[in-house]
Design a protein around this ligand. Structure first.
Ligand code: JDQ
Length: 233
């Protein structure tokens, strides 16, 4: 799988892409990940990417020319491309685990990070296929949302996770939370690890974990249980 990122802050991605899972996946050739500075597609002396909004108002808007040039250089024109071009924006459709699974199955995704007060609408109309939001809170740009999408998608790409068992658990369990986890010591500040987990009875352990997961989901995220039934999963 190939992921290209277009941003005016490429330096934000450095350690994120080099560390742990993503660094290993890139070195193993499982995933091709490139971050591109939008200013590369400017032509003026000041390499300007923003301008004042038509109609007035505060802040600046990302200019359409560099953005459309960047996207077309990386993905080709909208009419004849196989890549999916995604703009991270507060106006997008909600990104969730099902969306991550769908993206992980694609060959080439281009993630476009906006900044300022947003992006000239003509660039969106001409060059963007979809808009995604990572949640209903206001950020200052699309870089952190792009990292969220990359991390959620990369771990679903075949061969990226060291431990495919955890992906398998998630594939039927996305709509429910996991229960509590414990590691050593068996007693910490007087608090004991539940005896069943130390019993060696694997059937009892699996049953207890399923009960805990159900109970946590019911108490903390009942919305997920409703969704599970809707999805029929
Ligand atoms: C941009 C902005 C207009 C905030 C500029 C580009 N989930 C999510 N929250 N916020 C964003 C995504 C996001 C993404 C890209 C962005 C915010 N801004 C700032 C512009 C209204 C609100």
């Amino acid at each position: 799988m190939r992921i290209d990122v277009v941003t005016i802050f490429p330096e934000l991605f450095g350690p994120f892409l080099e560390t742990s899972l993503l660094g290993a996946a890139r070195e193993a050739g499982r995933i091709a990940l490139e971050v591109h500075d939008l200013r590369r597609w400017t032509h003026d002396r000041h390499r300007s990417v923003d301008d004042v909004p038509y109609g007035g108002g505060p802040g600046m808007v990302l200019r359409p020319e560099p953005l459309v040039e960047a996207i077309e250089a990386l993905a080709g024109p909208k009419a004849s491309r196989s890549a999916t071009v995604i703009l991270l924006s507060p106006q997008g459709a909600p990104f969730d685990q099902a969306g991550a699974r769908a993206l992980a199955a694609e060959g080439h995704v281009v993630l476009v990070c906006g900044r300022y007060e947003g992006v000239d609408q003509r660039a969106i109309d001409l060059a963007v296929d979809r808009e995604l939001t990572i949640g209903d809170y206001v950020l200052s740009g699309g870089e952190v949302p792009a990292m969220v999408v990359i991390e959620a998608v990369a771990r679903l790409v075949p061969g990226v996770l060291g431990n495919p068992a955890s992906v398998a658990t998630e594939s039927f369990g996305t709509a429910s939370l996991e229960g509590p986890q414990y590691t050593r010591p068996a007693v910490f500040r007087g608090l004991e690890v539940p005896a069943v987990l130390r019993s060696g009875n694997h059937a009892a352990i699996a049953r207890w974990r399923a009960e805990q997961a159900w109970e946590w989901t019911r108490r903390r995220r009942p919305d997920l249980l409703g969704r599970r039934r809707e999805e029929g999963s």
